[in-house]
Design a protein around this ligand. Structure first.
Ligand code: COA
Length: 167
């Protein structure tokens, strides 16, 4: 069954390999590459999308393409990866041409709500690089995650966050 989540301005739907050119535009951006690995190879994009589609056929959690309701262009990706029965990790990216319109916050609120209900999670965690002040602001101030101790992976400092389901 196809998953679709509607918000005020957005549709979150299952990934399709046809999203690849919009993903290439998003992940090859220098602005996005300040916070995530830059990907400017369509074959690599195809492999990543295929892997995600296959992973979420079998496991709970999901990776969703984000579209404006008025448009067919994929402008973001949001993912909830279940890592143990009650725990999942949230991650997201928005095409930089669409930043600061409230879209990440809107998509996160919808997917968090969906994930706590549909997958019976009790905790969602997220992380971002230390320089990612917009992401930290969204997680703490807008989504009410709690900030935890930072960690270092491959020499890069990451800020860590968690959100517990309200009882
Ligand atoms: C993080 C990201 C998804 C945010 O997307 P977005 O759709 O622009 O987010 P929103 O519009 O919902 O919110 C952005 C908020 O950050 C604020 N902001 C923007 N730039 C900022 C900065 N440099 N420092 C602090 N806050 C900043 C905005 O003012 C806004 O807050 P406000 O509504 O209180 O004014 C986007 O910047 C992105 O794709 N970054 C690259 C990928 C990434 O960092 N992913 C997170 C790691 S998993």
């Amino acid at each position: 069954m196809e998953n679709k989540i509607y918000t005020n301005h957005l549709v979150l739907r299952d990934l399709s390999i046809k999203d690849n050119h919009d993903w290439l535009e998003m992940f090859s951006s220098e602005k996005v590459a300040m916070f995530l690995e830059k990907i400017d190879d369509i074959e690599k994009i195809n492999r990543i999308i295929e892997k995600k589609i296959n992973r979420y056929k079998e496991n709970s959690g999901g990776s969703f393409s984000i579209l404006e309701k008025t448009n067919d262009k994929v402008i973001g990706n949001i993912e909830i990866k279940v890592i143990s029965p009650l725990l999942a990790e949230l991650s997201y990216v928005i095409n930089d041409k669409y930043w600061n319109k409230g879209y990440c916050t809107e998509a996160c609120k919808a997917i968090i709500d969906y994930a706590f209900k549909e997958w019976n999670l009790s905790k969602i965690v997220a992380d971002c690089r230390e320089n990612n002040t917009a992401s930290a602001h969204i997680l703490v101030d807008k989504l009410l995650f709690t900030q935890l101790s930072p960690t270092i992976h491959n020499g890069i400092k990451f800020l860590n966050f968690e959100l517990n389901r309200k009882i």
